[in-house]
Design a protein around this ligand. Structure first.
Ligand SMILES: C[S@@+](CC[C@H](N)C(=O)[O-])C[C@H]1O[C@@H](n2cnc3c(N)ncnc32)[C@H](O)[C@@H]1O
Length: 197
């Protein structure tokens, strides 16, 4: 699945048929846990936002998040929810981000987008995130690791590979294993706060 139209059709089809096991109906518990003790504010890009639960969680805590997704069906659902704050949504492909959005975000929030992307495009993902951030910008990530099934999505990724992908472009501010998780993901997610170099 290399061309963007097939990728979009794949994801939109999953939402149209309700084949969305990742969709839990509320924001990621590790993000909620983080926002109880810290802030992640300013203009935040949330790539692969799906129904937008994380977007609204960030907005509730004062951020101005933009939820980006290539599935029109997912975004239509996201927009049905009552606004939580200053959130917005955009239909689009992270790999073809509009020129006016490049370098415009204080932060990027990653959750189940990287693991959804074909492993062959992981470096492209990192470059897209780096490109979206302002000169001074941070990536807050929930990396879904310890995925057993090799036939993704979600595609398995190791801690070593995460290091290799991000270390050339980011300094690690903090990394930890969150206490809270969706049922079944306990101990399988690592969080990192990374600052663009
Ligand atoms: C596994 S789902 C996770 C959705 C959401 N983060 C959640 O946890 O509910 C992956 C999402 O990424 C979106 N996606 C995949 N590739 C993308 C791309 N290149 N640009 C934008 N969105 C993408 C899909 O449409 C899908 O909504």
């Amino acid at each position: 699945m290399d061309n963007p139209e097939s990728v979009q059709e794949f994801w939109d089809g999953r939402y149209r048929t309700g084949d969305t096991p990742w969709e839990k109906g509320f924001g990621a518990p590790p993000l909620a846990e983080y926002l109880e003790r810290s802030t992640f504010s300013g203009r935040i890009l949330v790539p692969g936002c799906g129904h937008g639960h994380d977007v609204r969680l960030l907005a509730l805590k004062g951020a101005e998040p933009l939820g980006l997704d290539m599935s029109p069906t997912a975004l239509a659902k996201a927009k049905e929810y009552a606004p939580a704050g200053k959130e917005d949504y955009l239909l689009g492909d992270l790999f073809q981000l509009d020129a006016n959005l490049q370098g415009s975000f204080d932060g990027v929030f990653e959750h189940t987008c990287l693991c959804a992307i074909d492993p062959a495009h992981r470096q492209k993902y990192v470059k897209a995130v780096v490109g979206a951030l302002k000169e001074v910008g941070e990536l807050l990530a929930i990396f879904f690791v310890h995925i057993e099934d090799p036939d993704g999505p979600p595609y398995p990724i190791s801690i070593d590979e995460i290091d290799e992908l991000f270390h050339p472009f980011f300094d690690t501010i903090d990394q930890w294993w969150p206490n809270k998780a969706f049922s079944g993901r306990e101990g399988r997610e690592q969080m990192r706060l990374l600052r663009k170099r």
